[in-house]
Ligand binder design. Sequence first.
Ligand code: PA5
Length: 445
Amino acid sequence: MMKTIKINTKDVLGTVSEAQIEALDAAAADGLEKLHNASGEGNDFLGWLDLPSRTSAELLDDINATAQALRNDCEAVVAIGIGGSYLGAKAVIEALSNSFAAYRGGNGPAVLFAGQNIGEDYLYELQDYLKDKKFGIIVISKSGTTTEPAIAFRLLKAQLEAQMGKAEAARRIVAITDAKRGALRQLATEEGYKTYVIDDNVGGRFSVLSPVGLLPIAVAGFDIKALMQGAIEMENATKEHSADNITEVYAKTRNALYNAGKKIEILVNYNPKLHYFGEWWKQLYGESEGKDLKGIFPAAVDNSTDLHSMGQWIQDGERTIFETVLSVEEQAHSVIIPSDDANLDGLNYIAGKHVDEVNKMAELGTRIAHIDGGVPNLQITIPALKEEYLGQLIYFFEKACGISGYILGVNPFNQPGVEDYKRNMFALLEKPGYEEATAAIKSRI
Ligand code: PA5
């Protein structure tokens, strides 16, 4: 039996009572049932719910084989995507990678990301970096029409074809998209790219455990079978309504805090490798719950770094926040603080300790200070930054998000607000078909 992630909610009890949390128990049970019976809003987007257990060993083998071919042939692989087609892979790769390795995951290719911004300098510098390299592309877009990744793909596809020839470029491009629809599917068919399907019923931000996340993670050299095994454990552990179902516990607690006026949740880490996990989590909860003029605002900080920037606000600012702290129990490596004869920095009192012992005391001291300062605190303990525990954590947050959205009374699986900026951008760029919107928006500027 593998270790599991755990949740501790006792440090919210100064703000909300057990009774206030338990008052949401029926709503959590109802949310869980809506997920499992597909009876809630957004029920056509529940493919992620049993994705870990229904993903075949054959598909994982196929993804590993594709990843190995890219690892063999490429010095760099660019994963192109935005939002849910980007953040999950980035989060897992960052969490598992050596922080300073030029080549991620050992001796494999550098895994780079594009299509999540439209920075001209970013794209210039990426193209410049790739110009002497054998590279490959994983282009990921469920809709196949998203502007940001489409621009990056157009640029890098042309570069790859110029550097390698069209046939060899086609061998080094993998497309992950809808089974039938969209420009990317059509292009992949015409050019003969290797493809993987994003199921219709798996939304972008719930897609990290599909080929969307698994292929880049495998290219980076990490064990996607262990990642999925962790997710399966969490899937199995969270099917039934119970006081021990940690997805329900998290969903109930955060909604009780929201109802008590805590409108902002800060996901806190004490490990720089978890920075992008915070970014992934922000998208998952922000797009799922921020609608109908409701929803907890998801924020994230990296400590100790942010104790020296956001720490003041968190300690003493407006009391509308709560924290969810990600605590990593075991580190992969050992670094002992040395003794120093002069001791001018006064650090000999911690000489001989592991750096992590100091980090843990920074974490505990901060948690206590914030609790004393009126910031309710949840804690999620992760045994170690390893594939299986990240798989557990991903599935935990996804399922809790579905339950939490239903407790809040929103459809957790749509994102209508994301369309508004696109309409304005297309109108400003004078995209054919947007003539009226172009006239309307130009009259305002
Ligand atoms: O969660 C979502 O659905 C979005 O964030 C999408 O993942 C994002 O907009 C990218 O869409 P696509 O994969 O269609 O390019």
